[in-house]
Design a binder for this molecule. Structure first.
Ligand code: GRF
Length: 204
């Protein structure tokens, strides 16, 4: 499947997906990395790997979200993209765009959904005195962070954790969960066989 990866920042999840795509038999071909800002660190990483990149800066479209999304859609059609993986993409997409891609667009969120949708998930989990945190890969639907869950990985919270130490521990697990979930979806596995990980953060 010809996939596009959307980023806004460092793109560490993008890198994990691109690594997986290089494995024999992995069912995804990365044909585009798209960012909503030129400063996204992941763009240089994608270029270094010879992946086509595109910057569609939401700021140039002001309040017109649909115009921004039509520009994105044009890029996707130019590259004959068949599937979208959001990876640290920080723009909310409108129902117009989501309807076009429902079932063919997934996202990774750094919490065990439905707990802690939205931002600052690690601090909120610590503040709530949770014992487990983690990450979720889900289909993107009109509601933010609430589409059908494809896979999840649980990561322990330690007493001395800060949002930063917890985030970096979960990120390691995200990089394992996301490629596994993308593969499961592209192989068309039914929902029951989707991915469940209880990661030992100190595992190699
Ligand atoms: C990750 O925690 C991801 O779950 C969230 O954005 C963070 C940064 O991801 N969506 P990346 O390093 O840009 O892939």
């Amino acid at each position: 499947k010809r996939i596009a990866i959307f980023i806004s920042g460092t793109g560490s999840n993008m890198e994990a997906l691109l690594d997986a795509c290089e494995e024999d038999g992995y069912p995804a071909l990365p044909v585009l990395v798209l960012a909503n800002k030129a400063s996204a660190g992941g763009i240089e990483k994608a270029k270094a790997r010879g992946i086509a990149t595109s910057i569609v800066d939401h700021k140039t479209f002001g309040k017109d979200r649909e115009a921004f999304e039509r520009a994105i859609q044009a890029e996707l059609e130019k590259h004959n993209v068949e599937f979208i993986a959001l990876a640290g993409f920080m723009r909310v997409l409108t129902p117009w765009f989501i309807e076009k891609w429902e079932g063919k667009m997934i996202n990774i969120h750094p919490s065990l959904l439905p707990s802690f949708p939205g931002l600052h998930t690690h601090q909120r989990a610590i503040d709530a005195k949770c014992r487990l945190a983690g990450c979720s890969v889900h289909f993107v639907t009109a509601g933010v962070d609430e589409g059908p869950i494809i896979g999840q990985a649980a990561v322990p919270i330690f007493p001395d954790d800060t949002a930063e130490t917890l985030a970096s521990r979960i990120l390691i697990t995200e990089h394992k969960l996301y490629p596994a979930c993308l593969e499961a979806v592209l192989l068309g596995e039914d929902q029951t066989s989707y991915v469940q990980m209880n990661d030992d953060p100190d595992a190699p």
